[in-house]
Design a binder for this molecule. Sequence first.
Ligand code: HEM
Length: 128
Amino acid sequence: DPAGPLYDRIGAENLHLLIGRFYARVGRHPELIPIFPANLTLTAQKQEAFLTGFLGGPPLYHQQYGHPRLRARHLPFQITPARARAWLACMREALRETPEIGDEDARELYAALNRVAVHMVNSAEAEG
Ligand code: HEM
């Protein structure tokens, strides 16, 4: 990648800001509240470690927790298409709240997360 890793373009500080804003939204989204812990501190720390490596920075998640096995780790939670859309909506809004991340980098990040999110769906829409 001639532009260098997305992690370097976004920067660790801006990634940290984004993740804080993202989980603030997750913690008040009615679709997501039922499956996330009330205290999102550790969740946010793990996500920051994961995304650091995922975006081409140091492999912090692997070093601290081992292979992420993301789809398997999400199986205990009912992830419907609606919840995937909710998760992505929180990310889109967090990106909009973080203009420190430029439009082009924001679009690239969102597209990469969208691909992973689709893969995390493990459940049909809830009945009723
Ligand atoms: C953990 C939901 C997509 C990365 C979790 C947890 C939930 C969850 C409920 C457990 C939180 C906890 O116990 O602390 C969802 C939903 C998604 C989604 C509803 C919608 C599709 C993603 C995506 C990524 C991701 C796209 C990565 C790009 C992670 C990581 C963890 C996590 C790294 C922490 C795993 C660990 O416990 O070590 N997610 N997730 N998730 N998720 Fe997701």
